[in-house]
Design a protein around this ligand. Structure first.
Ligand code: UD1
Length: 432
């Protein structure tokens, strides 16, 4: 197992090229199951989650091949599934990454049958898939759960339906959107998630020949087609990665240009950073974030579905707030157990009190380095952020979480002057 060793206290300054978005790339890769022609995806980040999903898609019949894009243009991969060779998504491939459950809708729509392992819980909460299943049942599927697997059948294909989601779910919206493109008739989805990653998926599906209206709104209307074609699509920039590095600039009192980042995807988070004392410059293709000459101020946030403050930036924002003047109330409304970074931040000197789904962060003048442990993907980066701002040395163990979602993190941070090293740590055991 690797660990990170960080000596904090250097203001980070420079330019970071933002990678393709993991959370957009994963559903886009799954969309390749909907067609027998190649789907070429540009700007795919090189991450553990991408490799895990590639393995799963290969086990279902996908041939995955790289395409040369030239220096600095990001990676392109071609996904080609001429025939589905298996409709079984095995537990071993689903358990490490919940997004694997997205293969359910497309497999069912293309083959009339799918057996997908239930993903189970994860560190940040129970994360059920009941809304995915209920919506597929509304579209005519018969679903049974046996031996930890979801067995879904629709021998005559799925039929369009009116689906009103009781709660906003990114994954359920993506699963049903993909299934509906090959269903008989019209599907109407209400209270659909509006995250930019869904817009990215919908626009790729349209390039593949799907008929979707309402893209970017919470009501999506899809007219099913008998087949979709291949396409070429560029994965959107990772707004969570961009927001994370923006907070790293703020926490260390430096200034970072986030190349390729889109400010329109980050309006809520950037607004909160401005309230906290950020000086932000926006161009068509970059965001530059630094601090004004004033102090870093405590600001309250509440996580919400897009366009609200993203839950995937909550842990990083909390790390930033540990050093603010005054207090900050942080309320998590999406996941029930997403404060596991709190005890680790407190080991570094943060003053944080948890009360149910909120935490009160009272800013302290400085954090100090300590050995800490990463618990989930975004929580890992909150520790990196705290370590970059802290006095002294921090070691962060279990960084395989970080590898799931941040591309070239050590290189990107070093490029901005961070004192950060990756080294092997033989004392830890994997608990994936
Ligand atoms: C996606 C993102 C994740 C992000 C989350 C919320 C990917 C690969 N992952 O996860 O990074 O944190 O959106 O923005 O894109 N729920 C149910 N029943 C369901 C489905 C969801 O109760 O059938 C609940 C979940 O437990 C959670 C909430 O709905 O409390 C939102 O979850 P959802 O939007 O589905 O998250 P994911 O798609 O899993």
């Amino acid at each position: 197992m690797d660990q990170l060793r960080i000596v904090g206290g250097t203001p980070l300054s420079g330019t970071i090229r933002i990678s393709g978005a993991k959370n957009a790339a994963l559903p886009l890769m799954v969309a390749s199951l909907l067609t027998d022609s190649p789907l070429v995806l540009e700007n795919i980040p090189d991450l553990a989650d991408i490799r895990t999903l590639s393995k799963l898609l290969a086990s279902l019949g996908a041939t995955i091949s790289p395409e040369d894009m030239g220096e600095g243009a990001g990676r392109a991969l071609s996904f080609h599934v001429p025939t589905i060779t298996s409709t079984l998504a095995h537990y071993d491939l689903v358990r490490t990454m919940r997004a694997s459950v997205l293969v359910l809708g497309p497999l069912l729509a293309r083959c009339g049958t799918a057996t997908v392992s239930l993903p189970g819980g994860c560190a940040i909460g129970t994360r059920p898939v009941d809304m995915h299943l209920k919506a597929l049942e509304d579209m005519g599927a018969t679903i049974t759960i046996k031996d930890g697997y979801i067995k879904a059948e629709a021998p005559s294909g799925l039929s369009g339906a009116r689906i009103i989601f009781p709660k906003v779910s990114v994954g359920a919206t993506q699963n049903i959107l993909m299934a509906a493109t090959l269903a008989h008739g019209e599907t109407l989805m209400e209270n659909a998630a509006r995250e930019p990653e869904i817009e990215d998926l919908a626009s790729c599906l349209v390039s593949m020949g799907a008929d979707i209206s309402g893209i970017g709104t919470d009501t999506l209307r899809i007219q099913g087609k008998t087949a979709l074609s291949g396409a070429r699509h560029r994965v959107m920039p990772d707004r969570i990665e961009a927001g994370t590095y923006a907070m790293a600039a703020m926490a260390t009192g430096g200034r970072i240009t986030l190349e390729g980042a889109r400010a329109d995807h980050l309006q809520c988070a950037l607004g909160k950073l401005v309230e906290a004392g950020a000086d932000i410059e926006i161009t068509a293709d970059s965001i530059t974030v630094g601090r004004t000459s004033g102090p870093l101020l405590g600001v309250d946030i509440m996580t919400e579905p897009y366009p609200g403050f993203p839950t995937d930036l909550q842990a990083q924002f909390m790390a930033l707030m540990t050093l603010a003047e005054g207090a900050s109330m942080i309320t998590e409304t999406i996941f029930e157990n997403r404060f596991m970074h709190v005890p680790e931040l407190m080991r570094m000197g943060a003053d944080i009190t948890i009360h149910q789904s909120s935490v009160l962060v009272r800013g302290v003048p400085k954090l100090s380095g300590a050995p800490v442990m990463a618990t989930d993907l975004r929580a890992s980066f909150s520790l990196v952020l705290a370590a970059l701002a802290a006095e002294g040395e921090t070691t962060i163990r279990r960084i395989y979480h970080l590898d799931r979602g941040y591309e070239n993190v050590v290189e990107k941070l070093r490029g901005c002057g961070a004192n950060i090293h990756r080294e092997s740590d033989n004392q830890d055991t994997p608990d994936l």
